[in-house]
Design a protein around this ligand. Structure first.
Ligand code: AMP
Ligand code: GLY
Length: 434
């Protein structure tokens, strides 16, 4: 579809989207925070703003007069940019700040689940006093997840058993959150395998993507701190080796109920809704709900999506989404992120050289938080390059990425175990062992 799109965002997921928009015949004007060389090469024009520049972004978009705007990153969705675009009658395929509260306030999300009886909720408490937290954490032998309510780029949640040496440290973390935000959310810790389900929605119809799994921990074998996501997998049948169809059906029902409950609560949700679930040994639980494409899981599904992405975004914005019009390729896929050394603790960004000569068609290199040129980039403190591959099986896609790593030269870190046979076997084993 030959439309002009203003894309807000400049990470790996936005690069994947920009490529699909171009392939679908669209032209792109981008609002960036870092000078992403790949997105720049795909765009007619690029502007540099941060999420604090809402008025300037709005004026720029008005001048550009696009057919459609897509606001991608959480930091921009949290502002009133989409609200103002709507008010100015500019077509937009992203949620308003009110609808995005589903992600920007984890407390709102849990309370919405409770009020509307959405399945999969986890026992939670909200505290505003150190004394109450202290009493709560002392009173029990259970393990908990301690969370700030707001956005933290996947790095704010800490688990009492794995992130602290003792309860005192856990209490201190909760107090720190109270000092900053006046409130802290404490949830019961649930155990199992996490999975992500993303859906495109116009506020009424949901078009579901394949199930993905994000490898959140920094280190091989799921060790170390949580990150924004070190890589992700999807399987050719749209499920994952450890999941039952029943769980997928339940997850879909839960996301449908979220969109309907948001509407009843006064917010039409339009864009991509993305649920993070935990498959426990018994049933599924909602860990978090986000109002945007996942990164890296969004890279998997954008590449697997068949058809015209411009048409899909227009259908979302125009409330004309039909799930029958779009499909996903029957392929497995893997993404592995290349990050600076020391990522997650004390990153040491350096330069990477990239060789894309004769890159196989089923391997792609997406540019994340980097600047520079296509063949030489400067890393920032964040994720730098996302290597994507697709194949008949997850482990073959994982191996394809490894076979192409010679293309990237420089000092970096990554998780090589994403989607390997060994890693997949461990996940299945968890559910078969008593
Ligand atoms: P969130 O930002 O809420 O998605 O949390 C980040 C990560 O922390 C999740 O992907 C989980 O790995 C973990 N986590 C969050 N909440 C819980 C919970 N209630 N029980 C166990 N793990 C959790
Ligand atoms: N995959 C983690 C996130 O997008 O929040």
């Amino acid at each position: 579809m030959k439309i002009k799109v203003v894309l807000v965002g400049s990470g790996g997921r936005e690069d994947a989207l920009a490529r699909r928009i171009k392939e679908s015949g669209g032209t792109i004007v981008t609002i960036m925070t870092n000078d992403n060389p790949s997105i720049r090469s795909l765009s007619e024009k690029t502007y540099f703003f941060t999420e604090n520049d809402v008025e300037s972004i709005l004026n720029t978009i008005k001048e550009e007069n696009p057919d459609l705007v897509y606001v991608s990153p959480d930091s921009f969705l949290e502002t009133n940019l989409v609200d103002k675009l709507e008010y100015a009658k500019i077509r937009v395929a992203s949620p308003t700040s009110r609808a995005f509260k589903i992600e920007s306030s984890k407390i709102y999300m849990r309370q919405l689940m409770k009020r509307y009886g959405i399945q999969g909720n986890i026992k939670f408490e909200i505290f505003d006093s150190d004394y109450e937290v202290s009493k709560f954490l002392e009173d029990t032998s259970k393990e908990f997840a301690i969370k700030p309510a707001g956005l933290t780029g996947g790095k704010g949640v800490k688990l009492t058993d794995s992130h602290f040496r003792n309860r005192e440290e856990a209490k201190e973390y909760a107090s720190e959150i109270i000092r900053k935000d006046r409130k802290v959310l404490i949830e019961e810790k649930v155990e199992g395998e996490e999975f992500s389900l993303q859906a495109f929605t116009d506020g009424a119809t949901l078009f579901f993507s394949p199930i993905a799994q994000d490898y959140k921990r920094l280190g091989e074998g799921d060790t170390g701190p949580n990150t924004g996501g070190m890589g992700s997998i999807t399987d050719r049948n749209g499920s994952l080796p450890f999941l039952r169809q029943e769980s997928i059906d339940k997850a879909k029902e839960i996301l449908r109920k979220f969109v309907a409950s948001l509407y009843d609560d006064g917010a039409l949700f339009r864009g991509i809704i993305y649920g993070q679930f935990m498959q426990t040994k018994k049933d599924i639980k909602v860990i978090e709900v986000n109002g945007r494409l996942a990164d890296p899981e969004g890279i998997n599904i954008l590449n697997l999506l068949e058809g015209d992405v411009c048409e899909l975004l227009m259908a979302i914005a125009n409330a004309e989404l039909s799930e029958k019009k779009f499909r996903f390729k029957m392929k497995a896929s893997v993404v592995k992120y290349i990050v600076p050394k020391g990522y997650g603790t004390s990153p040491l960004p350096s330069t990477l050289r990239i060789n894309t000569d004769n890159l196989p068609e089923d391997v792609k290199i997406f540019y994340g938080s980097v600047s520079g040129d296509l063949n030489e980039v400067k890393m920032t403190h964040s994720r730098a390059l996302a290597i994507y591959a697709e194949a008949e099986t997850i482990w073959e896609a994982s191996e394809k990425i490894e076979a192409n790593l010679w293309r990237i030269e420089g000092e970096y870190e990554m998780r090589h175990d994403i989607g390997t046979k060994k890693s997949l076997a461990k996940k299945v084993e968890y559910f078969t062992l008593a």
